[in-house]
Design a protein. Structure first.
Length: 340
């Protein structure tokens, strides 16, 4: 959509061609739409796989029906549109109106599939392919843990609870901060870290909330990071405080692959991913979130090591990158056979 993106350089290094439709801003629609149409005429793709609502709409509008097979990625579940401006509701309604166009709609979670069915999406094209976690990149690393904690100024005896999520209402950082205010005084020494970016105004509001709660000195705000294996290894307990909208939160799977137990709310498939290796708590419940952290932080060395191994084993067995790639490969093969 835009000229730059967080993953552009990594994708380019892998040899995958990248084409941008050079969208300049939110309301720049006509020019990018025409450029997309021209690119598709030149490329003549067998499959267009789009992700998230605006790209799904563009794929449905500009894909060559009957020739190109369109695949939509459905990445969320119970989004609360009242928390966003009117454009989100409008694009969601348009996406629903075009839901008969794609040959396949792939949800990355069972919660997402059920949500799509509830919105009237066609059952015959809906399927679930969970996200896959690269367990070679995300793995326990004691050396990396020590180095990262030293860089963050975290002493060896301090426990660290961390959240990695964009600063967005669905991630419910307010519940996270209220849980910090509850758990922090009950366990010393413990610090808390927030990884992720968002609008400057929303970030400022969250930091002011932390000051109001009297926890500003306990919380580290690291912004956007591209070294998440290092961050996860530095953390003792990972968490997800989302109030709505989750599908398959990668942060949960990545932390677990690094051997870090997770306390997550029940938004999306989080509870299924965590299983018995961590703790699932209700949404918008700071007391329950704080108690989950305290329970895991209080475990002894043996129990902690066993839990860490179970976290990684669960990701390797159920949510591997190889399994996801195989599932998508099978899907693409079946779609291309159907148009020959």
């Amino acid at each position: 959509m835009y000229e730059r993106g967080l993953l552009r350089e990594e994708i380019a290094r892998s040899g995958v061609p990248i084409v941008s439709i050079a969208k300049r801003g939110r309301w720049d629609l006509v020019g990018p739409g025409m450029r997309l149409r021209l690119h598709l005429r030149r490329l003549r793709p067998q499959i267009i796989h789009s992700f998230l609502t605006p790209p799904n709409i563009l794929a449905a509008l500009f894909g060559r029906r009957g020739v190109t097979r369109i695949v939509w990625g459905y990445r969320a579940s119970d989004m609360d549109m009242k928390r966003y401006d009117w454009t989100h509701s409008a694009t969601n309604r348009l996406e629903r109106a075009l839901a008969s166009v794609p040959a396949s709609i792939v949800a990355n979670s069972n919660a997402g599939r059920l949500h799509a069915l509830g919105r009237g999406y066609p059952v015959q094209t809906l399927r679930v392919i969970p996200n896959g976690i690269d367990t070679q990149r995300f793995r326990p690393n004691a050396v990396l843990r020590a180095e990262t904690r030293a860089l963050l100024g975290i002493s060896a005896g301090t426990q660290l609870v961390g959240i990695a999520a964009r600063l967005d209402p669905m991630k419910d950082h307010d519940t996270f901060l209220r849980a910090v205010a509850i758990a922090g005084p009950q366990r010393e020494p413990v610090r808390f870290v927030c990884v992720g970016g968002g609008s400057q105004s929303y970030e400022a509001a969250l930091k002011e909330r932390a000051r109001t709660l009297g926890i500003a000195e306990r919380v580290l705000w690291l912004g956007v990071r591209n070294d998440m294996p290092a961050i996860w290894n530095a953390i003792d307990v990972a968490t997800l405080s989302s109030a709505f909208g989750e599908g398959f939160p990668n942060a949960v799977g990545e932390a677990m692959a690094c051997g870090v137990p997770v306390v997550a709310t029940t938004s999306g498939d989080s509870a299924d991913i965590v299983g018995e290796t961590g703790i699932a708590v209700p949404t918008r419940g700071p007391k329950a979130l704080a108690q989950g952290w305290l329970t895991l932080l209080a475990e002894g060395d043996v129990a902690r090591a066993n839990r860490s191994a179970a976290c990684r084993a669960r990701i390797e067995q159920h949510y591997s990158l190889q399994a996801m790639v195989s599932s998508y490969s099978d899907l693409y093969s079946s779609l291309t056979r159907s148009v020959r």
